[in-house]
Ligand binder design. Structure first.
Ligand code: GDP
Ligand code: FE
Ligand code: FE
Length: 196
């Protein structure tokens, strides 16, 4: 475990306090579960473990941020106007990184990229981003049909795990009859070859 995070100039204790102040107890537990899974995946796949830890701890920092705040950030940073047609599910990563930069001064581009794409992925994900994307799905607190298979696949191949998760996510969203964010489909198209 890391005692200090120079990227945000905070001790682990102070960082956890700040994160806790943004969310429910349940979500905070999820974040610690994602950190544990991300560290294990990072060790396994040769990714920077410290960055994996910090990316995991901050990935859902903005999950309970109000809609008005996101709409303000989309304007302030001139982000893609189409974002306004979506909701917190899409905003908390893609737009959440601007809140994280403002609140915590985080500038590390690799960590920001991983958090930015943690919900919808990207055809060009770094290994750190893949680690976070998969860890978010398989952390020990998750319990849904397919999670055991997802964990087994994550143990074999990081790319295959991204592909499996994206395939299941898209099928799940279609069953729910909700809109699928185009970047989620792009991720599916880029990674599905690893599941063949
Ligand atoms: P969480 O923040 O730990 O709950 O996990 P994620 O950030 O991965 O996902 C947040 C929510 O967004 C989940 O309920 C997903 O099902 C949902 N989600 C992910 N991709 C899409 C998408 O393309 N479209 C829609 N409508 N929802 C999505
Ligand atoms: Fe999330
Ligand atoms: Fe999460």
């Amino acid at each position: 475990m890391f005692d200090f995070y120079p990227e945000v100039n905070l001790s682990r204790e102070s960082l956890l306090e700040k994160i806790k102040g943004q969310m429910s107890e349940k979500r905070f537990k999820h974040i610690l579960g994602v950190e544990k899974a991300a560290i294990a995946l990072a060790e396994k796949y040769g990714v920077n473990v410290h960055k994996a830890s910090l990316a995991a701890l901050l990935h859902d920092y903005a999950k309970e941020t109000e809609n008005q705040v996101f709409l303000g950030l989309i304007d302030k940073y001139n982000l893609d106007a189409d974002l306004k047609n979506w909701s917190n599910n899409i905003w908390h990563g893609r737009v959440g990184i601007y809140k994280i930069q403002e609140d915590l001064g985080l500038e590390d581009p690799e960590i920001l990229h991983a958090i930015e794409v943690h919900t919808v992925g990207s055809p060009e994900m770094s290994d750190l981003a893949k680690v976070l994307y998969v860890a978010d799905y398989i952390e020990e607190g998750r319990d849904f049909p397919g999670v055991i298979e997802a964990r087994a696949i994550a143990d074999r191949s990081l790319n295959m795990a991204v592909a499996f998760e994206t395939m299941r996510l898209i099928a799940y969203l279609a069953e729910l009859r909700v809109k699928i964010y185009p970047q989620s489909i792009e991720t599916y198209n880029a990674f599905i070859k690893y599941l063949k």
